[in-house]
Design a protein around this ligand. Structure first.
Ligand code: ATP
Length: 510
């Protein structure tokens, strides 16, 4: 399904609403509705279970959003958590300079792709894309333009050369998509941290930041957690929580938000062993996505060429969103940068005593950092489908179905009495509903014909529907309908409960 339909499905079925919609909305901020919050909680539960509960050497925390402002100085965020900002003087629209340049390169890439598709059609089975790309004059020239432009942009970003970014925009003759003019301001650094003020201290002294990542809450608690959980290296600390970034350009729905949630794990290791754990976590995290049923061709690794100041290796797991392959999760080898900085800025030792080596050192860190909302979008975009169905009479109809992994579906089972005005059917259905409620998430629906009720459940991804009819009153059996196979089985209530609970258990994903 296309992206627009996905966004409207999210709203129509109570997954996601624009924040403050009543007041015309607040850009890049979203609220999760009744089905959305269940799905999001289930995604978090899947992550927490597999990262924390399934690992003896990973423990969780929940640190506060507000932290001592010095922490953000130590971490480098006050000075370096910037994006290059540029305004078009005519449209007054703001852009990220690097994104303007990347989009310019994407357009050239699209032209290359067009030529490739044309040639593939022309040459048929004999077509060798790699050879074509490396020998066709026009493509070679265009590819060189992309490579040179991105290379120069990356160098300018690393050396914070804002003048060269502006020159590059001018030389590429990039125009504002809104005004169509090339009338740009200078490029300047824009800090992405939101700030606020403590009530009892005025001025700079009382300035507080809303955390732009959850990681620092873990670093500054390293000593507390290590001591109180009696963990030995290597071990990890995990956290799920809100993060805030004053993104300059926030488009693409919940892909880029100003308030979002992260699921992060920092794994502390002995210096010199970090690459081994980096590789292991890369593999483990990819396997986690695949265990949820995401097909490998929708996922790929993308190595960072431009390493952040604190990293000695970094890779993204990219997912093919409806708008192309984009970062879903980051895996970074952060060296001892953060803990050393906190040691320096706090004036306290942040070290680990290694009983095997009989020495103290600052541990190295490998982190896995997944955006909960991006994961939600990935899951939704994979699940939502329009399917053609043919009944026994050969009639074709379409249904909108969310083929969510059963264990994370918002509602696990819907209980439906065949008729709403038969008090025996209704009572039996409500009794069974009560049984299900003790264990799982349910919905009761008695309105409309049974087929329409099934469709409503399909549209929110409910894996099972249980129908109560007159035969139920006679022999206690019910009909269990499977969302994906559409198969309907007649079985006892106890069997139905047992199948639903077994098939929707998170343990199936472990
Ligand atoms: P991007 O390059 O897309 O801005 P990033 O490299 O800055 O992302 P990280 O700092 O590595 O992102 O953050 C870790 C994860 O947090 C990302 O992989 C992403 O899933 C999520 N994330 C980061 N920024 C946002 C945002 N503005 N909205 C939603 N999720 C985000």
């Amino acid at each position: 399904m296309d992206f627009k339909s996905l966004v409207s499905h999210c709203k129509e079925y109570g997954f996601i609403y624009q924040s403050s919609e009543l007041y015309d909305g607040l850009a890049a901020v979203y609220d999760y509705g009744p089905n959305g919050v269940e799905l999001k909680n289930n995604i978090k539960a899947y992550w927490w279970k597999s990262m924390v509960q399934m690992h003896d050497n990973i423990v969780g925390i929940d640190s506060a959003i507000f932290m001592h402002p010095k922490i953000w100085k130590a971490s480098g965020h006050v000075d370096a958590f910037n994006d290059p900002l540029v305004d078009n003087k005519d449209s007054k629209k703001r852009y990220r300079a690097d994104q303007l340049i990347e989009e310019y390169c994407d357009k050239i890439e699209a032209k290359i792709k067009k030529d490739v598709v044309k040639a593939a059609k022309k040459f048929g089975d004999d077509f060798d894309e790699a050879q074509f790309r490396s020998t066709n004059g026009r493509i070679v020239e265009r590819q060189a333009k992309i490579d040179q432009t991105l290379d120069r942009m990356n160098k300018a970003l690393s050396s914070e050369d804002m003048e060269d970014l502006k020159l590059l925009i001018e030389e590429c003759e990039i125009a504002c998509p809104v005004s169509g003019t090339k009338n740009w301001t200078d490029v300047r650094q824009f800090n992405l941290m939101f700030n606020t003020q403590l009530g009892n201290i005025s001025g700079e002294e009382g300035k507080l930041y809303l955390r732009p990542e959850t990681a620092q809450g873990i670093f500054v608690n390293f000593l507390n957690v290590q001591k109180t959980s009696r963990q030995k290296l290597p071990f990890g600390i995990a956290q799920i929580g809100k993060a805030f970034r004053n993104e300059i350009v926030a488009r693409q729905f919940i892909f880029r938000m100003r308030e979002f949630e992260q699921m992060e794990m920092q794994f502390f290791v002995r210096p010199g062993t970090e690459m081994e754990f980096y590789e292991a976590w890369k593999a483990k995290r990819m396997a986690w996505h695949e265990a949820l049923g995401t097909s490998p061709d929708k996922l790929r690794f993308h190595n960072h060429e431009n390493l952040a100041h604190y990293a000695n290796a970094a890779v993204d797991i990219e997912f093919e969103f409806p708008f192309g392959f984009k970062e879903l999760e980051g895996i970074h080898s952060r060296t001892d940068f953060d803990l050393s900085q906190h040691q320096e800025y706090s004036g306290r030792k942040v070290q680990y005593f290694d009983p095997e080596l009989n020495e103290n050192y600052v541990p190295y860190v490998v982190e896995t950092s997944l955006g909960c909302d991006r994961m939600f979008l990935a899951v939704m975009s994979l699940a939502l489908q329009e399917e053609e169905l043919t009944n026994d009479k050969g009639q074709v109809s379409t249904r909108v179905v969310m083929k969510l992994p059963k264990a994370i579906a918002p509602i696990k089972v819907a209980v439906l009495p065949l008729l709403k005005n038969d008090e025996h059917l209704v009572k039996t259905a409500k009794d069974l509903l009560g049984e299900f409620k003790k264990h799982t998430t349910t919905q009761y629906d008695e309105k409309d014909a049974i087929g329409r009720r099934y469709r409503r459940q399909d549209a929110i991804g409910t894996p099972y529907c249980v129908t109560i009819d007159h035969q139920t009153l006679e022999d206690g059996t019910v009909t269990l309908r499977d969302r994906d196979t559409l198969e309907q089985q007649r079985l006892s209530k106890e069997e139905a409960i047992s199948i639903v609970l077994k098939e929707t258990d998170l343990a199936n994903l472990m």
